[in-house]
Design a protein around this ligand. Structure first.
Ligand code: NAP
Length: 327
């Protein structure tokens, strides 16, 4: 495993980490999540990602049970939670979602309880909340930091301007600004990581823990000929995701990418993840997997990414046609 410093912090995260969105408490049970987390940890993964909203808190409860059973030395791994969406979706009451001091504080306390831990290593604002003043968000996170309930705070799917506003507020108040952002980053989604955030990486420094490396499985080629039974896009209440993913132009690109993977003697999934960690602004790419076989294949990206040459990267760019221009 390779470990990278998270932006300007001293924290080192494994360049491949493991998250539980959709999977824990939906597709996998305690015994499968135990095996998957064990496989990840044994391969050097030291960061496990979670959020209040994942399966209405049940994903955190499952991860908490696994961690308790594993009884790993707490200093050897990091866990996260995220606040914004609340637990109840459309049934949330006014203060059960968003980034008010009340919800940030209560969501943190509840995540600690569900994960059965004394502190979260990483705590994210899962989305921006334009209805709450930035001063309140930055102060709330800093109070949790000072109480030792969280060690680093960050953002997820915030714009560059919002992240910079948080830094400006923190600097004005002598507080700690966001240390990391969690954006989507994969071969289809490049704009934020490669264009919008470029000045932040250059001028401020920022760690990133990126999500959906395989675009929910599209970048494995498994959806080239329809939706295989038991896979994510077949889950009935994720129809919105299916509409976003199952598009002919995307599938044609996936087929073309598969040829590059074959040139490298690897699988498309492995190549797609290797492509992500080739970017040194990625601190950690969060993997998702429902099966040990998938996770093993995906961890293979560590062996493939040193083999990516500038020529191969150009070939991939010309297939995708979406490399952001920063000239
Ligand atoms: N901050 C945010 O807003 C946000 C949003 C989304 C995710 N995340 C985080 O990022 C993590 C990873 O995202 P993700 O789960 O969307 O990652 P992903 O890698 O894009 O998709 C993972 C899914 O693809 C399928 N898959 C993975 N490897 C495979 C392989 N080798 N062969 C065939 N199928 C494979 C599996 O689903 P099936 O077996 O069901 O097909 C797996 O659950 C999440 O767990 C979460 O922690 C954060």
């Amino acid at each position: 495993m390779e470990y990278r410093r998270m932006g300007k912090t001293g924290l080192q995260l494994s360049v491949l980490s493991y998250g539980s969105w959709v999977t824990f408490s939906k597709q996998v049970d305690d015994s499968a999540s135990d095996a998957l987390m064990g496989l990840a940890y044994d391969n050097g993964v030291n960061f496990f990602d979670n959020a209040e909203a994942y399966e209405g808190g049940r994903s955190e409860e499952m991860m908490g049970r696994v961690l308790k059973k594993k009884n790993w030395d707490r200093t050897t791994y990091c866990i996260s939670s995220k606040v914004f969406f609340g637990l109840y979706g459309k049934e949330n009451k006014p203060n059960q979602h968003g980034l008010s001091r009340k919800h940030i504080t209560e969501a943190c306390h509840q995540a600690l309880h569900r994960l059965q831990t004394d502190y979260l290593d990483l705590f994210y604002c899962h989305r921006p909340d334009p209805a709450t003043p930035m001063e309140e968000v930055v102060w709330s996170m800093n109070i949790l930091l000072q109480q030792g309930k969280i060690l680093y705070w960050g953002t997820s799917e915030w714009s560059g301007a919002e992240i910079m506003e948080a830094h400006a507020v923190a600097a004005k108040l002598n507080l700690i600004g966001p240390a990391m952002e969690q954006p989507q980053y994969n071969l289809f989604e490049r704009q934020k990581m490669e264009y919008e955030f470029a000045p932040i990486f250059r001028n401020v420094g920022m760690g990133t823990t990126t999500w959906s490396p395989l675009a929910s499985g599209l970048l494995t080629g498994k959806y080239n000929n329809g939706i295989p039974e038991g896979s994510r896009l077949g889950i009935s209440n994720y129809a919105w995701l299916k509409d976003r993913i199952m598009q002919d132009d995307k599938i044609n690109k996936v087929k073309a990418l598969d040829k590059v993977a074959k040139e490298l003697n690897t699988s498309l999934a492995t190549l797609a993840i290797a492509w992500i960690i080739y970017n040194k602004n990625v601190t950690s790419a969060i993997l998702g997997a429902t099966k040990e076989k998938q996770l093993t294949e995906n961890l293979g990206a560590l062996d493939i990414y040193p083999k990516l040459t500038p020529e191969l990267m150009k070939e991939i760019d010309s297939i995708m046609g979406n490399k952001p221009s920063i000239s």
